[in-house]
Write a protein that binds this ligand. Structure first.
Ligand code: ZN
Length: 121
């Protein structure tokens, strides 16, 4: 991939990374605040537990995405960015434009998702 294209995707990934770090940091802080409140007001415990569970789920998704973004940035440095991890073919730029952290080409993504559905039932 050309250097200017790589720089373009790096910029997108760095921006996404910054956003996610903010999100993950915020939910972690919020979660901590909830815990402190529950000590003061035990009556709200059920709602608090529910909210915390929800935030945890949300945080998990963000954290997973954050990992994907970091991996993509490492691939830019390693020179393997834009290559499908499964078949080794280049990932089309239209796909990278929408998902700069995509690990697979469209065909492999479909197969990976099918496999995941089969294993998780
Ligand atoms: Zn592929």
């Amino acid at each position: 991939m050309r250097k200017d294209r790589l720089a373009h995707y790096r910029k997108k990934l760095v921006e996404k990374h910054r956003q996610l770090v903010e999100e993950v940091g915020k939910s972690a802080l919020y979660g901590k605040g909830q815990e402190d409140d529950s000590i003061k007001d035990l009556g709200d415990q059920a709602t608090t537990a529910y909210t915390r569970e929800f935030l945890f789920e949300l945080g998990n998704g963000d954290r997973r995405l954050l990992k994907e973004v970091v991996t993509a940035l490492q691939k830019i440095d390693g020179g393997t960015f834009g290559t499908c991890e499964r078949c080794g073919e280049p990932i089309v730029e239209k796909r990278l434009e929408a998902l700069p952290f995509a690990r697979y080409c469209i065909d492999c993504q479909r197969l990976v998702e099918q496999e995941e559905r089969m294993t998780t039932g």
